[in-house]
Design a protein around this ligand. Structure first.
Ligand SMILES: [Zn+2]
Length: 261
């Protein structure tokens, strides 16, 4: 029933026209037989632009950045100009709410406001395409959150998990599980998630935070060298890399995603 509600969404208001059309390739319906991976970065830190973007661009791999629009303008945070460049390169600038509050502590109206403000901000900054794709801060959501998501016509909602993968079609696009990558995740473990996706024909939606090329890793950081090695493994295994917008398109029946590698 969710799928039916999504039909015709391409003409929905608020979804800007793509300014850039990446090369595309045809994939089997629902990616059957391939597995797939999403690489998502939470909190909109600028290392996504300075470190990760050059690494991913070398392989034409896209990522999704979940932005807390209330932090934009602060130090070490993506600027609207960086977001536009990433968006033009096929990345997805998505919605991590305005102030990164635990939504479950808020009324439904305030939850809706937290989501809608970032929709408005991303739209004002010229990167509206991912604005209706939400990641819940701390992965925390409740029934009021899901009602607020309906009220703003959000297209997808990403939670958090430790190692849960999924297949399409998802029953509820507002409760997408994601696989945690942080300082205590070894490269071997991260590669193992790719192996699982390939072996089981599942989709692995990674979520990461700050990528660091030097210095001590905080709990939610990951090392650049490990990310680079993971990208090499992704290229080597030829697993498709999707943005959250790509995932939504495939869920909605699209059979074409961007070319990569
Ligand atoms: Zn976050």
């Amino acid at each position: 029933m969710f799928l039916g509600a999504f039909n015709g969404i391409a003409g929905a208001p608020g979804l800007g026209q793509q300014r850039y059309t990446p090369p595309v390739r045809t994939v089997p319906q629902n990616l059957s037989g391939t597995g797939a991976v999403l690489i998502t970065f939470d909190d909109g830190t600028s290392d996504a632009y300075t470190l990760t973007y050059p690494l991913f661009a070398a392989h034409n791999i896209p990522a999704t950045c979940y932005i807390n629009s209330g932090t934009v303008g602060g130090a070490s945070v993506l600027t609207p100009s960086m977001m536009r460049e990433l968006d033009a390169a096929g990345w997805c600038m998505a919605n991590h709410t305005r102030d990164h509050l635990d939504l479950t502590t808020l009324s439904q109206a305030l939850q809706q406001s937290q989501i809608q403000k970032t929709v408005d901000d991303l739209t004002a900054w010229g990167v509206p395409d991912g604005a209706l794709h939400v990641a819940y801060p701390f992965g925390s959501y409740n029934a009021d959150t899901l009602a607020a998501m309906e009220d703003v016509s959000a297209l997808s909602g990403r939670g958090v998990a430790f190692d849960e993968q999924f297949s399409l079609p998802l029953e509820d696009m507002h409760q997408i599980p994601a696989v945690r990558i942080r300082a205590d995740t070894t490269l071997a473990t991260a590669k193992g998630y790719i192996d699982t996706a390939l072996a089981n024909d599942t989709i692995c939606c990674f979520y990461m935070h700050v990528i660091k090329s030097e210095g001590e890793l905080d709990t939610y950081d990951w090392a650049y060298d490990d990310l680079a090695a993971l990208v090499d493994y992704i290229v080597q295994t030829n697993i498709p890399v999707l943005t959250i917008a790509d995932l939504y398109a495939v869920q909605s029946g699209a059979r074409v995603i961007r070319q990569q590698y």
